[in-house]
Design a protein around this ligand. Structure first.
Ligand SMILES: Cc1cc2nc3c(=O)[nH]c(=O)nc-3n(C[C@H](O)[C@H](O)[C@H](O)COP(=O)(O)OP(=O)(O)OC[C@H]3O[C@@H](n4cnc5c(N)ncnc54)[C@H](O)[C@@H]3O)c2cc1C
Length: 395
């Protein structure tokens, strides 16, 4: 039986571990955390992410927890429309999912054939000519035919195999929260929740996860919002961070103030936004008769402006699982590299163009941006949406 060690039980590692186990691989999944659990936030999945999860055999589980996300348009802080909401064709409609629901679905997908070991911090990947690859936690080495590095932005495996790729700050911090359905503000029927507001270096996006138990909605329900602001994360306690957010976004269009008022400091998740620059030169490395691959943020951490990080991790997992069903290991690793690197590079390029638009500051630059945003943003978003809609898992 072929064996794999997957390092990292985030969304990418969970997805690929389950897929390999379902194809008959013996899988060991390692995570440094004592308990594997997701952040209490949500994630937007574009059609490519949804299609990848379907290819991984997780479509039914996803359908039960996903809420469609209609286009809410883009406004300026003074309420002026930069991009009007438009009806979204069904094949381009993203969905929003509570991360805890997604985690439950991915854990269910592991079945009982994946050996999950927590509290194991991998420190080193063994890549010796003629030998199978292995990972070492400072005490033991676990070797396998395939090592999947799904250990996130700070991946130790990528640092060892692709040291040319560094982690840098994207120049902004992000705050996210899910307001549970029972605490969510009751908004007037004509006031849509979904939508995006763009200011000078500031951005606010909201989406509804529906009410608990509503058909097709998250089993947890509520309202998800994410705010990004230029600069570093704040060192103050969550209560103060929330007060700062209320001040930064004061006077912005409804329902932003109502959402911030309904947010409890314990709902708040703050994060520095970071990315890989440059991308690793390779995503697959032949090692003896087997290989090592980079997957998810370990391969292509990027700012969340297009909401594509997790979607690409699912694409990686679906592609790898499909290639390993069809080809021998060293060939599958090479093909994975050939297919996934250009794909990730395209999405990263689109994300960087979006970052430049979002981070525009200064009065003149802002006026020029606002004048151009209607076309730039809708063109950029359409090309990103088109590339998301067009992706198909390998046959
Ligand atoms: C603000 C924000 C909003 C976002 N919104 C979206 C969105 O709407 N849509 C979308 O598609 N994406 C979004 N993303 C991106 C998405 O969250 C990530 O791309 C995705 O979670 C990456 O998953 P991963 O499994 O590759 O890595 P991670 O989730 O980082 O998991 C890595 C795992 O590896 C473990 N690990 C790390 N090092 C070691 C080690 N040495 N040994 C053992 N275990 C280790 C960690 O404990 C962790 O469990 C967003 C990101 C941010 C910051």
């Amino acid at each position: 039986m072929r064996s794999a060690v997957v390092v990292g039980a985030g969304v990418g590692g969970l997805a690929v571990a389950g897929a390999l186990a379902r194809s008959g691989w013996q899988v060991t999944l390692l995570d440094r955390a004592e308990r594997v659990r997701p952040e209490p936030t949500a994630v937007v999945l574009w059609p490519n992410g949804v299609r990848a999860l379907q290819a991984l055999g997780l479509g039914a589980g996803l359908a039960a927890i996903a809420t469609p996300l209609p286009d809410g348009g883009v406004r300026r802080p003074d309420g002026h429309w930069l991009v009007q909401p438009r009806p979204t064709p069904a094949d381009r409609m993203p969905v929003v999912v509570h991360r805890e629901d997604l985690h439950d679905a991915l854990i269910a997908g592991l079945g009982d054939r994946v050996e999950l070991r927590t509290g194991v911090t991998v420190r080193h990947v063994r890549v010796e000519p003629g030998e199978r690859p292995g990972v070492n936690d400072g005490r033991h080495t676990i070797e396998a035919d395939l090592v999947v590095a799904a250990d996130g932005t700070d991946s130790v495996i990528r640092r060892q195999l692709a040291p040319e790729s560094g982690v840098v700050s994207s120049g902004c911090a992000a705050w996210r929260a899910v307001i549970p359905w029972y605490r969510a503000p009751r908004l007037p029927a004509d006031q849509p929740i979904a939508g995006e507001v763009l200011g000078a270096g500031y951005r606010f996006v909201a989406a509804s996860l529906g009410e608990r138990g509503s058909s097709g909605g998250s089993s947890r329900g509520g309202i998800y919002w994410v705010a990004t602001a230029a600069g570093a994360p704040r060192p103050e306690p969550p209560e103060t961070q929330l007060a700062l957010l209320r001040r930064w976004y004061a006077g912005w269009p409804a329902p932003i103030a109502a959402l911030l008022d309904a947010t409890d400091p314990s709902d708040l998740v703050q994060q520095e936004v970071r990315e890989l620059r440059p991308l690793p030169r390779a995503y697959g490395f032949g090692v003896g008769p087997g290989g090592v691959v980079l997957l998810g943020d370990a391969a292509h951490a990027m700012p969340p402006h297009l909401g594509q990080g997790a979607c690409l991790a699912f694409e990686d997992a679906a592609t790898l699982a499909s290639l390993l069903r069809e080809a021998r290991l060293p060939d599958a690793v090479q093909t994975y590299d050939r297919v996934r690197r250009p794909r990730a590079a395209t999405v990263v390029r689109q994300t960087r163009r979006m970052s430049a638009v979002l981070q525009t500051r200064g009065r003149l630059a802002l006026r020029a941006r606002d004048a151009a945003l209607g076309t730039i943003n809708s063109r950029l978003l359409s090309s990103a949406a088109a590339s998301a809609a067009q992706w198909r898992p390998p046959a």
